[in-house]
Write a protein that binds this ligand. Structure first.
Ligand code: UD1
Ligand code: CA
Length: 492
């Protein structure tokens, strides 16, 4: 379906090159799977391409394919590049699925996550001659169209998305002749000092006429510093054949930033993170110190929630209205209701009902489910447990593999002993139980509704409803013991 493209635009297939290792990342993870604000780089590119409304998407995978394919296959067809011999070689692998395709082929790397569908549509429209042009060498593809282009007599066979960068290091440079016509693209590694001074760079995003492309790719050689088949060499090959090529200058050069190393990853992360925060604030959430709030792209927060400084909200978190989150808090894949307070705490893969209070200094591990009005206070760890409405674990406790009913009070220092060294066992605490401080509940164990556990007990057997369970040495007082002790010392 054509979404972003005008109906008069010829069919476009998009090829995303995502087979490279990303050597400069020094990582076991394929580069395109590194994340920005919780989302793989490749997903950003795929989303932009999908939004542009192309007919067909093909993703070239290779290094770490088993990690890339699950993301890529929901968007399009997968093609394997067994050996990563360069970007031209990667595109050549798609011949088997695109040989019959008669439209244009949009090609981009999976490592340019800031590219927008608007720019892709402009590139395609420029390539297909849909945009108004004036005299000069370039068509400018971002709105408004401000540039100059000398229309070619024949149809443009390739259009390169370019950018002008104050610091072009690392990118391929666009080399023009004295008439300002593009003659080739030279890679950083192969460039002369004069070529390195060129500030116009190749974004790695191109639109090609399908006809003749694969034949030209097959004719390229590896006579270059990297000994790789360079896709940008197609431009020189076309120019040599006298075929018209065009460039399209991206108005916002930030969009074409390619990620090759961790520094560039961090720079892009900062841009996207700022964008995410701005959107969240515009939707009615207060962020007291925006630079210290790290919020992933998938996070949804309802209005009138306040995010205190040094807070990290990761994964598909949903946070309700009127909450106070932070300071110093990390939430990962957590569902939070309305009117919840979470301070200085870590909460992972858990659900928190309305009006709960968490922390300061609580640790809620995966599988924790709190109903409404639950309090988990300071220095409390909860794991894989359900705590029903109105119950409280105010201080210094470990609760694991436990079901706690409603209106239970768990005294300070209570520990569920859920692990016998081999297996994990369940603890059940029914409604309205009172657990005295410093209690050990040795699982499997059940405390019946309304029971009362004496402080300092080690409970190893079930306690019936409404009973007092107590299990500790009886108290003995030895009168005048300290005075006698003092006397003995003085006599020494
Ligand atoms: C490439 C361009 C450069 C441009 C820059 C823009 C080449 C030779 N150079 O350089 O002119 O300025 O992008 O960001 O194309 N890939 C494969 N198979 C391979 C090699 C790479 O699929 O055999 C994929 C990578 O996974 C990556 C993309 O192609 O997504 C680009 O490869 P990369 O190595 O990052 O190219 P650059 O050196 O950045
Ligand atoms: Ca790159």
């Amino acid at each position: 379906m054509q979404l972003g493209l005008k109906p008069e635009i010829k069919p476009v297939a998009a090829v995303i090159l995502a087979a490279g290792k990303g050597t400069r990342m020094h990582s076991k993870l394929p580069k395109v799977m590194h994340k920005v604000c919780g989302r793989p780089l490749l997903t950003y590119v795929l989303e932009a391409v999908k939004k542009a409304g192309v007919e067909k998407i093909v993703v070239v995978v290779g290094f770490g394919a088993e990690q890339v394919v699950p993301v890529a296959k929901t968007y399009g067809e997968i093609i394997y590049q067994e050996q990563q011999l360069g970007t031209a070689h990667a595109l050549l692998q798609t011949e088997k699925v695109l040989a019959e395709f008669s439209g244009d082929i949009l090609v981009l790397g999976g490592d340019t996550p800031l590219i927008t569908s608007t720019t892709l549509v402009r590139l395609i429209e420029t390539h297909q001659g849909q945009l108004p042009v004036t005299n000069g060498q370039e068509r400018v593809c971002s709105f408004p169209v401000v540039s100059h282009f000398s229309p070619s007599p024949a149809k443009t066979v390739a259009t390169v998305l370019t950018a002008k960068l104050a610091e072009p290091a690392g990118y391929g440079r666009i080399i023009r002749n004295s008439a300002q016509q593009v003659v080739k693209i030279i890679e950083q590694k192969d460039a002369s000092p004069a070529e390195l001074a060129v500030q116009e760079i190749n974004s790695g995003i191109y639109c090609f006429v399908a006809g003749g492309l694969f034949e030209t790719l097959a004719g390229l050689t590896v006579e270059n510093a990297a000994q790789e088949y360079y896709l940008p060499d197609v431009i020189e090959a076309y120019v040599r054949q006298g075929l018209p090529v065009a460039t399209c200058l991206a108005e916002n050069e930030k969009e074409i930033q390619g990620i090759n190393d961790r520094g560039q990853l961090a720079a892009v992360e900062e841009i996207v993170r700022q964008r995410v925060r701005n959107e969240i604030m515009l939707s009615g959430v207060t962020i007291l110190d925006p630079p210290s709030a790290f919020i992933d792209l998938e996070v949804k927060i309802e209005p009138d929630t306040v995010i205190y400084p040094f807070t990290i909200i990761e994964g598909a978190c949903r946070i309700g209205a009127n909450c106070i989150i932070g300071p110093g808090t990390r939430l990962k894949s957590v569902q939070v209701g309305d009117n919840v307070v979470i301070s200085n705490s870590v909460v992972m893969e858990s659900t928190i009902g309305d009006s709960c209070t968490i922390g300061p200094f609580a640790y809620l591990r995966p599988g924790t489910r709190l109903a409404r009005k639950v309090k988990v206070g300071d220095f409390v760890e909860v794991k894989q447990s359900v705590i029903e409405e109105g119950s409280k674990i105010p201080h210094l406790s470990y609760v694991g593999d436990t079901h706690i009913g409603q209106e239970v009070n768990v005294g300070a220092g209570t520990i569920t002993c859920n692990y016998d060294g081999q297996k994990k066992w369940l603890t059940v605490i029914e409604d309205k139980v009172f657990i005295g401080s410093n209690t050990n509940l040795v699982a499997p164990v059940r405390i019946g509704a309304g029971a009362f556990i004496g402080a300092g007990s080690t409970i190893t057997k079930n306690v019936p409803p409404a009973a007092l369970g107590i299990a500790r040495g009886g108290q003995r007082n030895i009168v005048n013991w300290t005075k006698k002790k003092k006397q003995i010392k003085e006599e020494d």
